[in-house]
Design a protein around this ligand. Sequence first.
Ligand code: UDP
Length: 195
Amino acid sequence: MQTVDILGAPVARLTLDEAAAAVAGFVREGRPRQVITLNPEFLYRAQFEPELMAAVRRADLVTADGVGIVWAARRAGNPVPERVTGIDLLLRLAEEAARHRWRVFLLGSAPGVAEAAARELAVRYPGLVLAGTHHGYFKPEEEPGVVEKVRQSRADILFVALGAPRQELWAARHLEALGVPVVMGVGGSLDVLAG
Ligand code: UDP
């Protein structure tokens, strides 16, 4: 995968369609991988927070989520074809998931939001298979149970809405234990879908 280095972050030079195709490959291969849609705020903080930069550098796909990142790539003489935002990639992947019968787990946001977002996705993409949902306000001692719930759901894609950058750190920390082929942070996207 061709990338461009933006302040230490390896940003994929992919269109939305190409990013979705790369994720489809991850689902087929089956080993746990992390997708990060990188926005300028995240990249800025990563300059000072080594844990964030480590998560970005370890991620399997980093997309240019914001015109600032697209601009920086052009300045670096190594342009990315377009912006690939979290919500756009989420919707594109939900569409693919419905088509291929991939199992989708929605984790995060206030109680009830993930369920409402799942209903909305099922309306937009008939046939979507829901592996499960869980809200994002669990206590530290409840965390192992949440990880186990996701693991047992046999999800193909896990969307994590705990807010950036916490969701990316959470995904990186639990990636192997979750055992899900694609784990991606989606920020406030579940709230947007839930309406
Ligand atoms: N969120 C959560 N648990 C928390 C904090 C936040 O599930 O402990 C959820 C919140 O309800 C929202 C989502 O994370 O649905 C994204 O939050 P925010 O808009 O602050 O993050 P951003 O979109 O900037 O990443």
